[in-house]
Write a protein that binds this ligand. Structure first.
Ligand SMILES: *Cc1c(COP(=O)(O)O)cnc(C)c1O
Length: 365
């Protein structure tokens, strides 16, 4: 009988077969938020309207959970095409959140030696998914004001010949939207695919959606997560149909479950409530930015998204102090050198934002 603790034996078995770069990772931890004012995850603070909730209930009650989902999800795709006013000539694929689509894209392109590139700081899943797929990730620093360093990007593109470049615009966690000129310059310089991640475009002035057909190397991603439907896990990508066909080869056949398909169909059938939420959040963002800017020692960066990046004197101390007051924000100060002493604050309801401002006023005298 082997009398060593079972955990030790498991660790030996793992060491023998698990990829070393995965063993070196820590799992992504989602902060517990029970009973907190939740301003950490860029969700919408608003529930759906009573009318939308009633449609949702009817649609969910009809789902045949004994059957697999519609693998092609044609009904939902048609609803999404209508909501986005997508021209029929463009391809569309849906994912279990856009997180899954990022994985599929990187897996598709991870030939030996392939490089995945992004300006940084940005959404961490690009780096993580590249690592998972065995691709090399190259981050190119943004300027200290979080605008794109076009010269540095072009130089890095010429040096690294990336298979994929990810541009989150508006960017997370900075809130900045990249200029159309910069994006076009990168699209023309890139030897591979350029992914524009428009997770926050609903809160911005512009979108590149209407221009996807012009660029054979452009894939545009979106998600329902930031506009009131984070729990459903539905992301999408739009590109030339040829790109979508390649991605479909990697997509698990039932990646969008029946309950999500039914819910999205019901919620997009009359999407007026989404526009109302987005308008309310955008208005609240302007109010919150003005109130934060009044506080001593707080610098607010301009944002085109549903959150604000702020720089404070001591982000770790303030994060802990807010948490002690049951207010949860995202401490990004350790994520990148350019984010020193920065916190990312999701725009909440006016009541939640008032609680935050009152707490901060006390903590930054
Ligand atoms: C939140 C976020 C996503 C993730 O979206 P899901 O559809 O919820 O997986 C993608 N990209 C960026 C930049 C984000 O901030």
């Amino acid at each position: 009988m082997n009398d060593r603790p079972r955990g030790v034996a498991a660790l030996e078995a793992i060491a023998a077969v698990v990829r070393p770069e995965i063993r070196a990772l820590a799992a992504y931890v989602v902060a517990p938020a029970d009973g907190m004012v939740k301003l950490d995850a860029n969700e919408s603070p608003h529930g759906v309207t009573a009318e939308a909730a009633a449609r949702l209930a009817v649609a969910l009650a009809r789902v045949a959970v004994n059957r697999y989902p519609d693998g092609a999800a044609e009904t939902v795709k048609a609803a999404l095409r209508r909501a986005l006013a997508l021209p029929p000539a463009l391809g569309l694929i849906m994912g279990n959140g856009s997180d899954e689509l990022i994985q599929l894209i990187v897996t598709l392109l991870a030939r030996p030696g392939a490089v995945v590139m992004a300006p940084e700081p940005t959404f961490v899943m690009y780096r993580i998914s590249a690592l998972h797929a065995g691709a090399r990730f190259v981050g190119v620093p943004l300027r200290p004001d979080f605008t794109l360093d076009r010269t540095a990007m072009i130089a890095a593109i010429e040096r690294e010949r990336p298979a994929a470049i990810f541009l989150a615009s508006p960017n997370n966690p900075t809130g900045a939207q990249y200029s159309g000129d910069d994006v076009e310059a990168l699209l023309r310089a890139a030897p591979g695919l350029v992914v524009i991640d428009e997770a926050y475009a609903g809160f911005a002035q512009t979108s590149l959606l209407s221009r996807v057909a012009e660029f054979p190397n452009l894939l545009l991603m979106g998600t329902l997560s930031k506009i009131g439907m984070a729990g459903l896990r539905l992301g999408y990508a739009v590109a030339a149909p040829e790109w979508i066909e390649e991605l479909n080869k990697l997509r698990p056949p039932y990646n969008v479950n029946s309950l999500t398909q039914a819910a999205v169909g019901a919620l997009l059938a009359d999407p007026g409530w989404i526009g109302q939420q987005v308008a309310a959040i955008s208005l609240e963002r302007r109010r919150l930015a003005a109130a934060l800017a009044q506080l001593r020692g707080v610098v607010v960066f301009p944002s085109q998204a549903n959150f604000l990046l702020v720089r404070v004197a001591d982000a770790n101390r303030l994060y802990d102090a807010l948490k002690a007051k049951r207010i949860l924000v995202k401490n990004v100060s350790g994520a990148h050198a350019l984010l020193a002493n920065c916190l990312r604050i999701t725009v909440g309801t006016s009541e939640e934002n008032a609680l935050l401002i009152a707490a901060l006023a006390e903590l930054t005298p």
